[in-house]
Write a protein that binds this ligand. Structure first.
Ligand SMILES: [Zn+2]
Ligand SMILES: [Zn+2]
Length: 155
């Protein structure tokens, strides 16, 4: 699969382009994500930072408290404050892009549902997509090519 995927914030000060498909897509039902989005879950596309081309604007990083205590910086448009992507664990080469900020938010469907222990009761998970009460073992779930991409940036 090849192609690029454009997105941006609400006021259009920040526009970005994903230069490839992501490595993997999380649908996270944890309490942190529910609070941060004001919704039932978040959709995060995991991709290398250098595959995000920022076409305009300068997102700033806002550190947020987490239940786990691990660092989490949310990168937001400086004007409208929409969240574009996250840096979990201060790993500068890895970004978690908010799928809902893509011009075509249907471009990527979740590859896994995580932290379903706090999933809202009315959310029905689809058959055939792996789901976990907490986190999961990416080595057993990610395609080999994605694992290779991750190794290249986190080595
Ligand atoms: Zn904006
Ligand atoms: Zn979460």
């Amino acid at each position: 699969m090849v192609g690029t995927f454009d997105g941006g914030c609400a006021c259009a000060a920040v526009r970005y382009r994903l230069m490839s498909e992501p490595m993997f897509v999380h649908c996270c039902h944890c309490r942190d994500c529910q609070r941060q989005t004001g919704s039932a879950f978040v959709l995060n596309a995991l991709i290398e930072t250098d595959r995000i081309s920022v076409l305009s604007g300068h997102p700033d990083a806002v550190a947020v408290p987490t239940d786990s205590g691990h660092p989490h910086d949310i990168h937001r448009c400086p004007d409208c404050r929409i969240a574009l992507w996250s840096d979990y664990g201060r790993r500068p080469k890895l970004r978690f892009v908010r799928v809902g900020t893509l011009d075509d938010p249907a471009a990527f469907a979740p590859d896994v549902h995580i932290f379903t222990r706090s999933k809202l009761p009315w959310v029905r998970l689809p058959d055939g997509v792996p789901a976990f009460e907490e986190y999961y073992d990416s080595k057993s779930l990610w395609p080999a090519q994605s694992l290779e991409r991750r190794r290249a940036i986190l080595a």
